[in-house]
Design a protein. Structure first.
Length: 235
């Protein structure tokens, strides 16, 4: 999560976003994730280009050597084809440096139109093995729902340029994160969370069962590569 830029004041659009969230959580839109084969992973990234993806916010994302990478930021490359829920999402990624900062977003209530709405109203599965360098805590470390959860097993993220794998389960209001095969996070809306400390942290409250997912480009000095993004339904 970005720490070094000033936040924009709350806007009318963000208020509308919250209202849309509460309405959209009551029923699925026609573009929501559909049930299907629970044994097969469906690749959202084809390894060649960004077909099916859109970018919101600052900077950009591109495909190099079969991998998605960010340029500048802060921004979000999101899967525009559908909202995802009641599914598993697998993301394989690595840091350019020993440590870098990024995130995988889920449960974003409406289609992203700028960089901060997903931060405030979605869930970010954090990528940052050394949050202490930014005066942050284990609640802001790799595999956590940013600022809301603490590691069930700490320090499971591998440094760059080693590959890491997230397997994120969205089961109704419950979110489970496996990092490199180890369960590090298990959170259900309504579980106790620490007080909101920083103004760049997400607002507390429920998230939709189905929402947009995306990959964050955090900044020029925080490059993360993604070589696989895949999804399969739970049932």
């Amino acid at each position: 999560m970005k720490k070094s830029i000033a936040l924009k004041p709350a806007s009318f659009l963000l208020i509308i976003a919250m209202l849309l969230f509460f309405f959209s959580s009551m029923e699925l839109s026609a573009s929501s994730f559909q049930e299907g084969d629970t044994t097969q992973w469906r690749q959202l990234f084809n390894g060649k280009d960004l077909s099916g993806w859109k970018h919101a916010g600052q900077g950009s994302m591109s495909v190099e050597d079969g991998m998605i990478r960010g340029h500048g930021g802060m921004g979000l490359l999101y899967w525009a084809g559908e909202k995802l829920g009641n599914c598993k999402i697998r993301v394989v990624w690595k840091m350019e440096k020993t440590n870098s900062n990024a995130g995988v977003f889920v449960r974003v209530p409406i289609e992203p139109y700028e960089e901060w709405m997903p931060v405030f109203y979605g869930h970010e599965i954090q990528i940052d093995n050394m949050p202490e360098l930014s005066d942050e805590t284990e609640y802001h470390s790799t595999g956590m729902i940013y600022s809301l959860t603490r590691p069930l097993v700490p320090n499971m993220g591998k440094p760059g340029p080693e590959w890491n794998t997230f397997e994120i389960t969205l089961d109704g209001p419950r979110t489970i994160v496996y990092l490199n095969g180890v369960k590090v996070c298990d959170y259900t809306d309504g579980d106790q969370v620490p007080p909101r400390t920083w103004d760049f942290e997400p607002f507390h409250g429920p998230r939709p069962d189905y929402g947009y997912m995306g990959l964050q480009n955090h900044g020029e000095e925080d490059v993360v590569f993604f070589k696989e993004v895949a999804v399969k339904p739970l049932r």
